[in-house]
Design a protein around this ligand. Structure first.
Ligand SMILES: [Fe+2]
Ligand SMILES: [Fe+2]
Length: 585
């Protein structure tokens, strides 16, 4: 067998292998690098450049190599290429055919130049300048356009200075080398085009997801930048878990795809909030609906006072000398009751049974509106004012918590590909607790993945330390951390992950980035680490398994309504407010 035939067979063999390797490469930078390196190897070239075409028709330097000068830029080297991209068209719109690479792209034609210094038709002045500075001699050039299946040029492969394998002397590229590199370029174009398409789809998906997160964040000033920051914190804590080489997370790792999956899940963790009605989400006082009904109540007191005044004037006309003193007592009592209601409406502290009785008593008083006698407070106002803690009624609490039912249902309805299949599980678990007292499934801690538990900590810590909510002073770092230690004790959060959060210093790194200096204070790490979770009873196996699949009974009506299901063909069995909330979704 002649040597050249042997060499040709070798090349074909190499081309075949490269074809398989290229189609298996799933990282664009690695792929681009591989294409160039393999092409160089096929022709024993000293250097080469791979350009990628940009959306605005420029050829961008993606990777560059000149072995004898020790130049290796772009691709996986992490070293950027500073050269400006080559425009395929001049500003006037005229095609730029002076440059050999852009000309190859414009004409979809390969150029094989034995010696650039003798070549006519192309402008090699830049090359010559480079040679002068670098003490190099660019000689033979092989420039090949990479054309995709839609017949569009997506890049250009350029090889420089083919070398005789025996002598090492620079020689022109042989015709058979050109043909084989053309074959490689055509295979590479398909692989690269797939990567570019995938990358484009990925970028679109991410932008879309971030748009939803931004919409939720801007829906309510109370949410601040929550959806944007939870992913940051989630990834920081996951990084600490991956880095741990001892302790409970020593074995924990995430592949490149799993990182991506976790990031997407964190961005979407509250996506169900798009359906939560703003007047419930932002309910700052007990009587607030679209507006704060306390203003209506205050007006009714004015009516009562006016009527008292009329009564006084009438009594005075009849010569009643006690009338004025009685009136003043009445007004003082009314003012006191009104202030009591205004205070109760705020909902900042626990409301005693006595206070509730007083609300009922005040509410039962009557006032006249038009010709009708009405109770001072209607049933709904009494129910709201009698909320023991906070500002939300039970139904409203369910609506707020229902964002998790919405999140899970929305995400489970999406056709996530295999590599993102756990997004609903990761995103849907951040309100579950260790002792199975969380929502919406009441899942047992042992049934929750590490990423879901990481997200629970990120969710709480972001909310505690947020500085961008209205009417809320930011908590100091030590206060926020103390609350986390209570949550560890009460089995709300994973104790091992919380310890990692403290030990790794992730909480500090996050605080330094997002908290004003004035709120960063000394944290008693030791007391958090030594806090012991209270003992709790395990759920029995059957119930554990069931809870993994279903929602807690109180969330069933909401689930059915989200799914558009009705029971026995009837209207869904759910409180009016939840139905309203679901409707406004
Ligand atoms: Fe949430
Ligand atoms: Fe959240």
């Amino acid at each position: 067998m002649s040597e050249s035939l042997e060499r040709r067979l070798e090349r074909l063999e190499l081309l075949y292998e490269v074809g398989i390797a290229l189609s298996a490469e799933d990282d664009k930078d690695r792929l681009v690098e591989r294409i160039l390196l393999e092409a160089k190897k096929l022709c024993n070239a000293d250097g080469g450049t791979l350009y990628l075409r940009t959306e605005d028709d420029q050829l961008r330097f993606a990777i560059m190599r000149t072995d004898s000068l020790g130049i290796a830029l772009g691709g996986t080297t992490g070293k950027p290429i500073e050269f400006a991209p080559l425009p395929m068209f001049a500003k006037s719109g005229a095609p730029n055919e002076h440059n050999i690479a852009t000309c190859a792209a414009l004409r979809k034609e390969s150029f094989n130049i034995p010696d650039a210094y003798d070549a006519t038709g192309f402008d090699f002045s830049g090359t010559k300048r480079f040679d002068d500075e670098a003490g190099y001699r660019s000689q033979s050039f092989l420039t090949i356009p990479m054309v995709n299946h839609q017949d569009r040029v997506i890049g250009v492969l350029q090889l420089l200075n083919a070398k005789d394998p025996e002598t090492g002397a620079v020689v022109p590229f042989r015709e058979e080398e050109q043909r084989i590199v053309e074959a490689l370029a055509s295979q590479a174009a398909v692989a690269l085009d797939n990567q570019l398409l995938l990358e484009g789809q990925k970028a679109l998906l991410e932008a879309f997801i971030q748009m939803i997160a931004a919409a939720i964040d801007s829906k309510s000033p109370y949410t601040g930048a929550h959806c944007e920051r939870v992913p940051v914190l989630t990834l920081m804590l996951a990084q600490a878990a991956v880095a741990a080489d001892e302790g409970p997370f020593a074995e924990f790792t995430l592949t490149e795809e799993e990182w991506y999956e976790l990031k997407i899940a964190a961005w979407l963790h509250d996506c169900g909030k798009v359906t939560t009605p703003v007047h419930v989400m932002d309910k700052a006082t007990k009587l607030e609906t679209i507006f704060d009904r306390i203003e209506m109540v205050k007006t009714r007191f004015e009516v009562l006072k006016r009527d008292a005044k009329i009564r006084m004037l009438e009594a005075q006309l009849e010569g009643d000398e006690e009338a004025k003193a009685r009136f003043q007592r009445e007004i003082a009592a009314l003012d006191e009751d009104r202030e009591f209601l205004v205070h109760a409406n705020v909902g900042s502290e626990f409301l005693s049974d006595e206070a509730k009785e007083r609300i009922h008593a005040i509410g039962a008083r009557q006032y006249v509106e038009g010709k009708l006698k009405r109770a001072l407070l209607d049933e709904d106002e009494i129910e709201n004012l009698c909320i023991s803690r906070g500002t939300l009624t039970e139904e409203e609490r369910l609506i707020i918590n229902g964002h998790m039912v919405q999140t899970i249902q929305m995400l489970e309805a999406l056709p996530f590909p295999r590599n993102l299949r756990r997004v609903p599980e990761y995103a849907g678990g951040h309100h579950e607790k260790m002792d199975a007292k969380g929502y919406p499934r009441g899942m047992h801690a042992g049934d929750m993945s590490v990423p879901a538990r990481i997200m629970a900590i990120a969710d709480v810590f972001e909310a505690l330390t947020a500085q961008d909510r209205p009417y809320k002073k930011g908590k100091t770092l030590s206060e926020s951390m103390r609350i986390l230690s209570f949550m560890k004790r009460d089995n709300h959060l994973d104790p091992e992950l919380l310890d990692l959060f403290v030990r790794s210093g992730v909480y500090k790194d996050y605080a330094e980035k997002y908290l004003p200096d004035s709120l960063i204070d000394e944290v008693d790490e030791e007391s958090i680490l030594t806090t012991q979770p209270k003992a709790f009873e395990d759920l029995e196996e059957g119930l554990r398994a069931r809870r993994k699949r279903t929602f807690l009974p109180e969330y069933e009506p909401l689930r059915r309504s989200v799914m558009g299901e009705t029971r026995d063909g009837d209207e869904p069995d759910m409180p009016e407010q939840i139905r309203e909330a679901a409707k406004s979704a």
